[in-house]
Ligand binder design. Structure first.
Ligand SMILES: [Zn+2]
Length: 167
């Protein structure tokens, strides 16, 4: 009952991921329909239900364009788990403030990058020009496209790809 279910807006825009239990509650309340049943059946003592993989709401949800929340995990993901100074890939990456905090560098998408421990130590709280280091690319706030937000789930839920692409 805790498997992920993709929720689509009435216009098929991917909105969120919830679990099977929440998805079935929406379906039973008449607020959503099952678009894709990829999870077989669920049996209770009295009944049998389709277990949804994708559901679609029966009404339009209007909301501001989503943004990716700033976190270490999302910075590393944006940078493809690659040190932005030397190009090393790895798990033991740190966050580096390009303009150091103590020099007024803000905690923003544009001033944070993934850095390996070696480069982080080498940079040592200085400006890039002081240590002759260079960024592979200018850091940016990622667009919160559906592929960016939900794409990592497609490996486990291949049928979702058709619902996610293009949004
Ligand atoms: Zn590095």
């Amino acid at each position: 009952m805790n498997e992920p279910v993709l929720i689509l807006n009435i216009n098929f825009e991917p909105l969120h991921i919830c679990n099977t239990k929440r998805a079935l509650a929406l379906v039973f309340a008449g607020k959503a329909e099952i678009i894709l049943n990829g999870r077989g059946m669920i049996r209770s003592s009295t009944a049998e239900f389709e277990a949804p993989s994708v559901i679609r709401l029966g009404h339009m949800i209007r909301r501001p364009r989503p943004r990716i929340s700033l976190s270490k995990r999302e910075i590393l993901r944006r940078d493809d788990f690659t040190c932005q100074y030397c190009g090393r890939k790895g798990r033991h990456l740190t966050l580096d403030h390009v303009v150091p905090r103590h020099q007024g560098g803000p905690h923003t998408w544009q001033n944070l990058v993934a850095a390996c421990m070696y480069c982080n130590r080498r940079k040592g709280g200085k400006q890039l020009s002081e240590v002759n280091m260079h960024l592979h690319r200018q850091p940016f706030e990622p667009n919160a496209t559906a592929v960016y937000r939900f794409g990592q789930h497609v490996k486990q839920n291949e049928a979702w790809a058709q619902f996610i692409e293009g949004w």
